[in-house]
Design a protein around this ligand. Structure first.
Ligand SMILES: [Zn+2]
Length: 317
């Protein structure tokens, strides 16, 4: 049976095939199929050719291929992630805060990006993890070792983190476990010098998925709110996923309810936890002095409506 599978994939070595298969599972777990790739998971050869899977595989094997030049998304907030996973750096008067780390293999790109925009990665004081999927927290331990920064996570994510039914993708990525140093207090903001970060528990994608709201001021002193939803992939909200992992289907209901609720928060600039979830990278060429293409007070609500609709579409699947 296995042999036949390899015959069907001429030119793909056993090791590559294993990686593709793992990548296919990874795609399902990380939400790479959310946009226009329904059904692709059954065909490894299709997956190889058609993009989101390529990004995941490149991130693991040829990380330089997913490099993205860092750019500013809001006052004091910079994109230092790659083409697959978003990482955001927040500059404060008391050091740097990093939201999500990407996988271990792409970590050097994050450090380079931070350096390129003029900061010292060693000034990172806090690493805020949106959720305990390897594409968001895979570099956490290494950055902590490099900088001494605290790792923050939602307490609600601990059970998920240790659940043996959740694939760990050790075949594909270097997985380095870590213990969080601090848990989010969802009633109180994280204050770092002049910047206030408001974490919000937004379960669904995982039980402890955390979103972030940050209050900043533009160069004219006008207040702005930047937000990042911590996890909107509906790949972990299907009936079959809940059955496999034992997590309650009510997580999906809550996600849909929260999308409606979150719209009540005014957000001027929202950027996604994965570039593929919006047109963020396509807007980069429009960045110029005095103009921020990411500024769009209507986008937050539209984004949440779209993601709630995706979540409804996996009911019964
Ligand atoms: Zn995830």
């Amino acid at each position: 049976m296995e042999k036949d599978i390899f015959k069907m994939n001429k030119g793909v070595s056993r090791r590559d095939f294993m990686k593709v298969s793992t990548a296919t599972m990874a795609g399902m777990a990380f939400g790479a199929f959310n946009i226009g790739f329904a059904g692709a998971q059954e065909k490894a050869d299709v997956v190889i050719k058609k993009s989101p899977m390529n990004i995941i595989m490149d991130s693991a094997n040829f990380p330089w291929k997913v490099a993205v030049k860092p750019f500013k998304v809001a006052p004091h907030i910079f994109y230092v992630g790659n083409a697959w996973v978003g990482c955001f750096l927040i500059e404060t008067t008391k050091g740097l805060v990093l939201i999500d780390t990407s996988i271990y293999e792409t970590l050097y790109l994050v450090l380079e990006s931070i350096h390129d925009i003029g900061f010292n990665p060693k000034d990172i004081k806090k690493i805020l993890i949106s959720h305990a999927h390897i594409d968001h927290d895979g570099g956490a331990k290494a950055i902590k070792e490099l900088t001494g920064a605290e790792i923050w996570l939602a307490r609600e994510e601990l059970e998920f983190k240790s659940n043996s039914n959740i694939p760990k993708f050790t075949e594909m990525f270097k997985v380095i476990d870590y213990e969080p140093d601090c848990f989010y207090d969802f009633d109180n903001p994280i204050v770092m010098g002049d910047i206030m970060i408001r974490p919000k528990l937004t379960p669904g994608h995982t039980p402890g998925t955390t979103s972030f709201f940050v209050d900043v001021k533009d160069e004219k002193g006008r207040p702005l709110v930047w937000a990042m939803h911590g996890g909107v992939g509906t790949n972990t909200m299907s009936d079959s996923y809940f059955k496999k992992t034992g997590f309650p289907v009510s997580l999906r209901d809550q996600f849909i309810r929260d999308c409606e609720d979150l719209k009540k928060n005014h957000v001027d600039i929202c950027t996604p936890s994965h570039p593929a979830h919006s047109n963020m990278l396509q807007l980069v060429p429009q960045i110029r002095n005095g103009f921020n293409p990411f500024y769009d007070p209507k986008k937050w609500a539209a984004f949440l409506d779209e993601r709630a609709e995706f979540a409804r579409s996996v009911i019964g699947k």
